[in-house]
Design a protein around this ligand. Structure first.
Ligand code: NAD
Length: 284
């Protein structure tokens, strides 16, 4: 059965979930934002609010438009608060066991026609879909960071995803003003298959003392025209997320994706990048 998607729940209100919720609201959807509890969902909401406050203060949006946009997003105590949503987008941790738990719970509460989507960076969509009873209505929606600004969404059908699910999700992307690109269900899809080796090599170069962190980033920016250096970008993504992605690529594609030892040490030390206040750079 086709669903007319009007309401969308985003599960996980962190870096990505808050950006995805904002992008969906900008596309005119009614958005429920859920996390482990209401307090965390409200934290995600305040990140969105302060971004929009800055946009309005800079004159790039009217105060009325800002308030209307904010009113389209509702923090929830859990996804079960909005079971009538047509689409649930999971943006929780990159741990597969966490995602499976979330999807089992969503599968139990969401009505039959609802589509379940994961914003995973690298985990197999087919495998995540198998944790649910609706693999034909399960799909990958891989947003880029920051999700409210970046145009690309990788759309990843699993081996049992129905064509109607692909077209429904592609239409949601377009309504948000995004450019959906359909890619195959393979480790890291295309974006992280290309990006993670660059980040991992930059960390390896830093570890081997080839150059300072700033100089490594400058080489990528001035030498390859990258808008951000790979170490800055790793801090922006989150070093824990980079490590989880590389672990998946390494397990499935072999030695060339072995995470740099320095990355493991940074994560063990709690230096996770911007979100923890320190990574390769300091953000205090
Ligand atoms: P994050 O750590 O900033 O946020 C994760 C949020 O999920 C946290 O608020 C956490 O409390 C919540 N959460 C954890 N377990 C949950 C559960 N069981 N139910 C509900 N909420 C739960 O992480 P992030 O960077 O936003 O990454 C989220 C997902 O998006 C990951 O799969 C990641 O690979 C993917 N992703 C990240 C980036 C990036 O640049 N950070 C880019 C694309 C995709």
């Amino acid at each position: 059965m086709d669903v007319d998607i009007v309401k969308i729940v985003v599960v996980g209100a962190g870096t990505m979930g808050s950006g995805i919720a904002q992008a969906l609201a900008e596309g005119g959807y009614s958005v429920g934002l859920a996390d482990l509890d209401l307090r965390r969902a409200e934290q995600g909401m305040s990140i969105i609010r302060s971004r929009l406050d800055r946009r309005a203060a800079a004159g790039r949006m009217s105060v009325q438009d800002k308030e209307e946009l904010i009113s389209r997003i509702t923090p929830l105590s859990g996804p079960e608060d909005w079971v009538d949503a047509g689409l649930f987008v999971e943006a929780a941790s990159e741990r597969e066991t966490v995602k499976q738990t979330v999807f089992r719970q969503l599968d139990a509460v969401a009505p039959d026609p609802a589509i379940l989507a994961s914003n995973t960076s690298a985990i197999s969509i087919t495998r995540l879909a198998a944790a649910t009873g609706r693999p034909e209505r399960f799909i990958g929606m891989h947003f880029m960071n920051p999700a409210h600004l970046m145009k690309l969404v990788e759309v990843i059908p699993g081996l049992r995803t129905a064509p109607e699910t692909v077209s429904a999700v592609t239409a949601v992307c377009r309504r948000m003003g995004k450019e959906p690109v359909v890619v195959a269900d393979a480790p890291g899809f295309v974006a992280n298959r290309l990006l993670m080796p660059v980040i991992n090599e930059a960390i390896g170069a830093l570890q081997e003392g080839l150059a300072s962190r700033e100089d490594i980033d400058t080489v990528a920016k001035l030498g390859a025209n990258h808008p951000m250096g790979p170490l800055e970008l790793a801090d922006f993504i989150g070093l824990d997320i980079c490590l989880e992605i590389l672990e998946t690529l390494h397990a499935e594609l072999g030695e060339r994706f072995l995470p740099a030892p320095l990355l493991r040490r940074m994560v063990a030390a709690g230096k996770l990048g911007r979100k923890s206040g320190e990574g390769f750079y300091e953000y205090r």
